[in-house]
Design a protein around this ligand. Structure first.
Ligand SMILES: *Cc1c(COP(=O)(O)O)cnc(C)c1O
Length: 480
């Protein structure tokens, strides 16, 4: 496909600009020449060429509206169109971020209700909606933990993180000045209790735990884990990116978590990918409420208002009020499903993941063979041993079958990992055709390993040198 610069023809335009009816001035005399360029190389194209160019480009993209997208840990569920309709209401989109509270009562009400819903669903005392994504929520949570211990006059400089954790967990901790200690997983894929007991001292501020973890497994000893951490005066942080697995089933607050961040763009069906906006609300138990970011929505005399009057707050973590449109979409999702609907979504997500696990486990190595939650993790080590075909080859081959590959090589503790998360929004037929494709690939690996290593062959570009593509991306166009 040609670049838009290559279809450019001098003089073509997508819009007619009327002749100027004001006098021409020489900008150079006003602002000086250093800001002015002789030539501005903008493409010149007609409207129809413009429309076709970008429509064709969009058809090269892959999204959840196009096909099955089982990217583990990312919860690529269908984004109901009603979410978009409500987020597009003029009262939301036309809002000026500096509008006074008296003009935005409805918006503030929505935020206050959202905080209440999340507090109820997750069993926390309060939520902030400010953070812009999951990792930003982690940072916010760790900042609050830090302030909590400062306020108590305790010097704790360590955070424990299991070896299965998402890379953002140690990054958020390190960014707040904590030293990170790795906690081992046991043979069942849970926390190694003995290792936790040996690491948990009064130097440890918190354990950052993802539950269910990135193996898709629920921590069987969660109450014991919480007791050990609390026993030494530490806090239990929950990475809630996997909350799709327990909506209406378990509440982190009841399990002993003191802080939890959510990913509205995963669990609550708002679109994500390609760096689009996210939202990472953070919920806290009573002990941490005073440290929540400001401004906070408060209700006084039946009026909603902003308040900065929380002296122990960590302050602001984002401009304005978070990614408001994402919050509207997630709010719509919660309201349209209701309590029963959310619970059922979780049940279907878990059922779908277990269905895939059972159908594929005779073809691919399953390192932890127990009931999984919303995702299942296979290893491609059988295929490596038999035919020298790696997980990355299998993933590329899936593209030729029309699927987005699962997450691969994560979690790090599983060699040749393939982490499959179907989500609740897929039908049995979709799961079956996906499993059929995986099984066909497993057979192809034996018959024709070189063919699998050559995939994909149906895409605009074939196998890329990924290291080179990342280090020296070729994003330039050549002038003819
Ligand atoms: C996605 C994810 C994160 C990070 O969330 P972002 O919104 O991408 O910043 C953190 N932890 C886990 C387990 C995740 O799956």
């Amino acid at each position: 496909m040609e670049l838009i610069f290559e279809i450019s023809k001098p003089g073509r335009a997508a819009a007619d600009i009327p002749a100027s009816d004001v006098p021409t001035v020489n900008l150079e005399n006003i602002i000086g020449s250093q800001y002015l360029r002789e030539e501005l190389e903008l493409p010149e194209v007609a409207e129809i060429d413009l429309v076709r160019h970008y429509t064709n480009l969009s058809r090269r993209n892959f999204g959840v509206d196009l096909g099955f997208y089982p990217l583990g840990s990312c919860t690529m569920k269908y984004n109901p169109k009603i979410n978009e309709n409500t987020a597009a209401l003029p009262g939301f989109t036309g809002l000026h971020p500096y509008a006074g509270a008296e003009f935005i009562q409805g918006n503030l009400q929505l935020m206050a209700e959202m905080q209440k819903y999340l507090s109820n669903i997750f069993g926390m005392a309060e939520f902030t909606l400010q953070p812009a994504a999951g990792a930003h929520g982690e940072l916010t949570g760790v900042m609050m933990i830090k302030k909590y211990f400062e306020k108590k006059g305790q010097k704790r400089h360590m955070i424990l993180i299991p070896d299965a954790a998402h890379g953002t967990n140690p990054a958020s901790s390190a960014l707040c000045g904590f030293e990170v200690r790795e906690l081992k997983s046991n043979s069942e894929g849970g926390v190694d209790i003995e290792h936790l007991e040996s690491l948990m001292t009064e130097d440890v501020a918190a354990l950052m735990l993802t539950n269910p973890n990135t193996l898709g497994l629920f921590e069987r000893n969660i109450e014991k884990v919480a007791a050990i951490v609390h026993g030494k005066g530490g806090l239990l942080y929950g990475d809630g990116a996997n909350a799709n697995a327990f909506l209406g089933k378990a509440r982190p607050g009841d399990l002993g978590f003191d802080v939890i961040q959510l990913n509205l763009h995963k669990t609550f069906s708002t679109p994500h990918g390609g760096g689009g906006p996210g939202s990472g609300p953070v919920g806290v138990g009573q002990a941490l409420v005073d440290f929540l970011p400001v401004p906070r929505v408060v209700k006084r005399d039946n009026q909603y208002a902003w308040s900065e009057d929380f002296p122990d707050s960590i302050g602001r973590v984002r401009a304005f009020y978070g990614n408001f449109s994402v919050i509207v979409k997630a709010y719509t999702y919660i309201r349209s499903l209701g309590a029963e609907g959310l619970k059922r979504a979780t049940e279907m997500a878990v059922l779908n993941a277990n269905y895939i696990k059972e159908r594929l486990k005779t073809y691919f190595d399953l390192p932890y063979d127990r009931i999984c939650m919303h995702e299942c993790v296979f290893s491609g080590k059988k295929q490596v041993a038999e035919s020298g075909v790696h997980t990355t080859d299998i993933a590329k081959c899936l593209i030729d079958y029309g699927y987005h590959p699962p997450t691969i090589y994560f979690p790090l503790i599983v060699p040749e990992a393939m982490m499959i998360e179907p989500t609740e929004t897929e039908s049995r037929e979709t799961l079956d055709t996906f499993c059929d494709a995986m099984i066909a690939i497993a057979k192809e690996v034996r018959k024709n390993p070189e063919g699998v290593k050559n995939a994909p062959v149906t895409t605009p570009v074939s196998r890329l040198d990924e290291v080179l593509a990342a280090r020296r991306p070729d994003v330039c166009w050549k002038e003819s």
